[in-house]
Design a protein around this ligand. Structure first.
Ligand code: ATR
Length: 272
């Protein structure tokens, strides 16, 4: 029997075990997926233990996505660019290979929800790990114009320089120029149920029909999405990003693609 895991700290809240076990069951795959609480000081031993005990692969969540890199044998180029791994695959020859499926998961989710709009101008808000992944993935999928706004502009500028095109903005500037963007992505940690409940800036200038996405899925409707919806935006919750990062990981492990739309429904019922 194959088995998989997710490691993180905290880990009890993770919906990944529910999601992957439901997919195994639906698809008739004889496998199990378990959450494992791993503290930072035990990460190295935890990786050795997972290898020793024969895990076929695992997901990596906060706070280990960057720290796990030195303990792996090989890192996929996209994960190298992002400086973070969220999926580990044990290859046929027993090596541990790290991938990052978060950014591509976001793009798959966006396109499943609202179709391909790769010509639209994108405003990405935030310049942390999550934004980095999304920025590189957008570029890889052919989104031509991606600007990044952040409270600390230098961090946005650093990503823009790596991308090789686009503009970095302060939150004030982004607020003033909001009407220029066809897609707006909220990728700061604001909107998390544990975080401060406020918007990065006012949405006064948001145009109707703008596609507005958030990376947070718990709560499903963040303050940012609630406000955007009131102003007539087409909204995309963070749940799709979660489901699709998992689906891409699943594909790396098992070579099959699970049903994402059905899973969205199942998870939405739990998060209501
Ligand atoms: P993640 O890995 O989830 O992206 P992170 O790397 O800690 O998390 O990044 C958090 C992001 O949220 C950053 O863009 C941060 O802005 P700074 O780079 O200026 O710190 C943004 N953020 C967090 N709290 C914020 C707040 N109160 N107002 C505006 N932006 C905030």
């Amino acid at each position: 029997k194959k088995w998989f895991a997710v490691i993180g700290d905290p880990i009890a809240h993770s919906k990944s075990p529910f999601m992957h076990n439901a997919w195994f069951q639906e698809m008739g795959i004889d496998a199990a997926y378990i959450p494992i609480h791993v503290k930072s000081e035990h990460l190295k031993e935890a990786v050795s233990a997972l290898k020793l005990l024969g895990a076929s692969g695992w997901n990596v969540t906060v706070p280990h996505k960057e720290a796990i890199i030195p303990f792996l044998d090989e890192i996929d180029p996209m994960a190298v660019k992002m400086g973070a791994v969220n999926t580990v695959v044990r290859t046929k020859d027993g090596k541990l290979k790290g991938y990052n499926t978060d950014g591509a998961g976001f793009v798959h989710s966006l396109e499943e929800a609202v179709g391909k709009n790769r010509e639209k101008k994108v405003l990405l808000i935030g310049a942390g790990g999550a934004s980095r992944g999304i920025a590189f993935a957008l570029k890889e999928y052919g989104y031509q114009q991606v600007d990044i706004a952040n409270r600390t502009v230098s961090k946005a500028q650093a990503i823009i320089e790596e991308l090789g095109e686009g503009t970095s903005l302060s939150l004030d500037e982004a607020e003033k120029r909001l009407d220029q963007y066809g897609i707006v992505i909220q990728a700061t940690s604001l909107g998390l149920s544990t975080g401060e409940k406020k918007l990065p800036f006012s949405l006064d200038r948001l145009q109707k029909e703008t596609i507005v996405a958030d990376i947070v899925y718990n709560p499903l409707m963040t303050p940012f999405l609630t406000e955007a919806e009131k102003r007539g935006a087409i909204i995309v919750t963070g749940l799709g990003m979660f489901v699709h990062q998992g689906a891409i990981a699943f594909h790396h492990w098992l070579g099959q693609y699970p049903d994402t739309e059905n899973m969205m429904q199942k998870l939405m019922e739990q998060l209501k």
